[in-house]
Design a protein around this ligand. Sequence first.
Ligand code: PHB
Length: 562
Amino acid sequence: MPAKTTMDAARAVPAEAVTPLIRGVAVLRRLTEAGGTLSASGLERATGLARSTVDRIASTLARMGYVRLDGRDVVLAPRVMELGNAYLAALGLPALLSSHADALADELDESVSLAVGDRDGIRFIHQATRRRAMSLSFRIGDLLPAERTAPGPLFATEWTHAEWQAWRERRAADPQDRDFPAVPPREHASPDEDFERRAQHARKDGWALDDQLIEPGLVAVSVPVRDPRAGGRIACVANVVSHTSRHTAPDLRDTLLPRLRAAVAKMERELREAPQPQPQPGAATAGLAIWTGASKQELGREFVESLARGLTVLTAFGEGRAELTLTDVARATGLARATARRALITYEHLGLVRQSGERTFALTPRVLSLGYPPLSRTSLSEIATPHLAELADRVHESASLAVLTPSGEEIQYTARAATSRVMSVNITIGTRLPAYATSLGRVLLADAPAGAGQLAASLGELLPLTPHTITDPSALATVLEEVRTRGYALVDEELEVGLRSVAVPVRDRTGRVVAAVNVAMHAARRSVEECVREVLPELLETAGRVEGDLRVAGRFARVAVS
Ligand code: PHB
């Protein structure tokens, strides 16, 4: 069990703090540290809570869509990312700077990250990662001890005396970095003076290096991004991360630092010229909608309302809503002032909210410790799998997710939930089939920007796979047009005799079709009309749930589609 930080242990719990909220937050943090999944008994051990309490918290979080209950396991679900999204949206930096970081990563063919200071640590708010076999790579939300990183000494140039003192106390209390589950344990002690010296250099140089402080081979160079709107204080730090097999640390400084600096100049210009962020209408109340409509009876005896209400408070913050008064929070969440106030007091105690002005509150980077890192690397197939399983359960047929291959001629299955019924086609994840003769393929082709006619003509010879297969390009073009306007495809024995399938699109945040979901069945099981009447609505419901998760997960993190 991870030790409590010295700061947590030192401060007494305020009398007005909401105990179920403290416990719910502890459950989310332990799940995050465990990589996203723990059994109920594992949670019991990790939190020290009674089993009945763990069960009630888990069922409340499940009702909110923040976790899934999978047998004995409690699993973080994509929707929990709306908490971290609230922080990242309020911060505003990823929206303004991540495209610059991505462009630099492309230019250098090295990983580039953005980090903010989080007390005596650094926390990542963006990662443009080149996956390389040689070294570990960090995720959005991961926390690293300042002294083992390149951005750390840059942030330390702004530390107060009290912050330096807190850092020294943490070093003494946790010499092996056990409170930082994202980094390997420290192999050899480094004297505090080393970091103090690095901070002095950072102040003088305006950049800093990490020469294998986290693990052998891993090197980084960092430059602060200063916010002209905040008197030139460091808004975040931009990092280029490499491996000694490609660059030594001095080599990073000599070759890549100038290009990093040029990119940071562009980022600072972006901050200078950015218009004041405007709150999105309706965005602030999104958190409540999921559960507040339900009656007590529907929510069940297990539902811990004070936990759900408290978590909703975090989602009151967002784009253009970085600093809120108690009145703002109460209005946005629909909670009574007294309830909102107690939640804010609880969060301040937990270090998730800070007082930003005389009457205003702001989220802290620590909000990202509530589920973000394990989910920030999720894929569309991971997102879809539980929804496909529910769909297959409801309609008693197999359900699948597929994407178009780069050539555009085939579909490839990326997730699947099979029923026990024996199917004539033996499909597994990875299976490829011709796009033109499958419902999944037609949904994907129908969204092609080139237009159906041109596309159908470009697919090459359309072979008759059964006597029913459409093989005439212009007939296919007409069908694709229909699919596009109707919003679904139904393919009746064109791929295989006796096989009927219906598919609908899955769209990303921008409305682009990125995948398709289908249900396939033996033709004897349901008529075409029954397919449309009974299966299509279920399929649309499933696609909507996948899209909802994808919107939350893909807001600041990149969701791999295949
Ligand atoms: C990273 O982005 O992975 C990173 C950044 C700075 C470091 C180490 C790693 O010092």
